[in-house]
Design a protein around this ligand. Structure first.
Ligand code: EPZ
Length: 417
């Protein structure tokens, strides 16, 4: 695992162009399995999770070329509907190949997914939905087998608006016979992006971005050209980092509405945020206010920015309360923030932060992607040297983060690769 060394107390200043969204690109790449034809996808971030998905697609017989930010799939023959542990254990989103493989070939055998250890992360909602579409499910030796000669449209109510389940079922339903209605669907921007991609392929998906998505099955999907939306979580991470270091940073190439919750919460802490076209600028302050945050499904505050905001709030004046409602184990960064001197008490899914704390550099370890980003932010806030021991998690979700932060004035370097 590479280490990342940070000398704190240098404010970030400048502009940074945001990459394509990881969490939009991953389901879109899985959806290419639904067509035998060539798909040309731009604005795909060159990060580890995408390379892992590319390898997984290759295992199923879907060849592709990934240069710069363009992902080009080749026309495919018969697919091999298997996803082995070797690839699925690295990536939660690996399970998103289940729906497309099932719809396209009538069968899928997929190993239980891995990914960030932020909770139990079962796939029961995906499976309940596949059953509603007529699939028979069998689990054995860590593998889930799904079978249905032809899926049939149905009404599916999700007990929770799961992002992955909504995506998997939407993809499966595109080639089902008849109409599928997903109720209590997730409404994240990445769901809308996937629906737009599927519709470009010739699917008939309606209502994405609301809590009811309707999919009218079609016979066949074709290839298409598409560009992935900007990454709202990458953008939010840099905005929070700028505020946390008392700097001034503009993120460009963003869709500001996707950043509404983080902009609202930054403003609530009393820092200045301006929106202009497809750019957002934050100007930090040496003293800012404590606030409360509760993570929620979209359009609520995203769980993927909770850890970064937690680091920021350790420097806020007063008591902040963070409630994590999406994942049951997403406070792993807090123990490490405390090593740096943050005053945080957790009870269940609630963290109470007393600030402002004077952070001091230390050796830290994160264990997950967004927790790593939080520790980088805390390292930049702290006096002295911080070493993030397992920095490799960052590369799963952030393209060139160390270089970008250097360009913005951070004293940060990658020690081992
Ligand atoms: C997606 O994960 C994202 N990953 C996550 O991003 C993000 O944190 C999450 O959505 C919530 O926004 C990708 O898009 C690749 P869920 P996903 O299904 O689809 C429970 C990041 O850092 N649940 O909406 O796995 C589950 O355990 C990451 O980029 C079930 O109980 O999230 C969790 O508590 C990490 N049964 C909640 O629902 C199921 O069958 C939300 O999960 C499915 C989910």
């Amino acid at each position: 695992m590479p280490k990342i060394k940070i000398e704190g107390k240098y404010p970030l200043c400048g502009a940074i162009k945001i990459n394509g969204s990881k969490n939009a690109a991953l389901p879109i790449l899985a959806a290419t399995l639904l067509s035998d034809e060539v798909c040309h996808i731009d604005n795909v971030p060159p990060i580890t999770d995408i390379f892992n998905m590319q390898n997984l697609l290759l295992e199923t017989g879907k060849h592709s070329d990934f240069q710069k930010e363009t992902f080009l799939t080749e026309a495919s023959g018969e697919l091999s509907p298997f996803a082995s542990y070797q690839f699925t254990n690295r990536l939660r989103a690996s399970f998103l190949v289940a729906g497309p493989l099932l719809a396209k070939t009538g069968f899928a055998r997929v190993s239980y997914p891995g990914g960030c250890p932020i909770g139990a992360r079962p796939v029961d909602l995906h499976l309940k939905g596949f059953e509603k579409l007529g699939a028979c499910i069998h689990t054995e030796n860590g593998y889930i087998s799904l079978k249905a000669e032809k899926l049939r449209g149905n009404k599916i109510y999700l007990d929770f608006p799961s992002v992955g389940a909504t995506e998997n079922l939407m993809m499966a339903a595109t080639l089902a016979k008849g109409t599928t209605v997903i109720e209590n669907a997730a409404a994240e921007p990445e769901i809308t992006d996937l629906a737009n991609f599927l519709n470009n392929m010739g699917a008939n998906v309606d209502g994405a971005g609301s809590d009811t998505v309707t999919i009218r099955g079609v016979e066949k999907l074709s290839g298409c050209s598409y560009s992935v939306i900007p990454d709202r979580i990458e953008a939010g991470t840099y905005l929070i980092a700028a505020a946390a270091t008392g700097g001034k940073v503009t993120v460009t190439n963003v869709i500001p509405e996707h950043l509404n919750p983080v902009i609202a919460k930054l403003r609530e802490t009393n820092v200045h945020v301006t929106v202009k076209g497809s750019s957002v600028t934050v100007e930090g302050k040496s003293s800012y206010k404590a606030i409360d945050i509760k993570t929620m499904p979209h359009p609520g505050f995203p769980t993927d920015l909770q850890a970064q905001f937690c680091a920021y709030l350790s420097g806020a004046k007063g008591t902040s309360v963070i409630t994590e409602t999406i994942f049951e184990n997403r406070f792993m960064h807090i123990g490490e923030l405390k090593r740096l001197g943050a005053k945080i008490v957790t009870e269940g899914r609630t963290a109470v932060i007393e600030g402002p704390s004077k952070l001091n550099g230390a050796q830290v370890i994160a264990g997950d992607l967004r927790g790593s980003a939080a520790l980088v932010i805390a390292g930049m806030m702290a006096e002295g040297t911080t070493v993030l021991e397992d920095g490799g998690h960052l590369f799963r979700g952030y393209h060139r983060m160390v270089e970008n932060l250097q360009e913005l004035g951070a004293h940060i370097e990658l020690l081992e690769q």
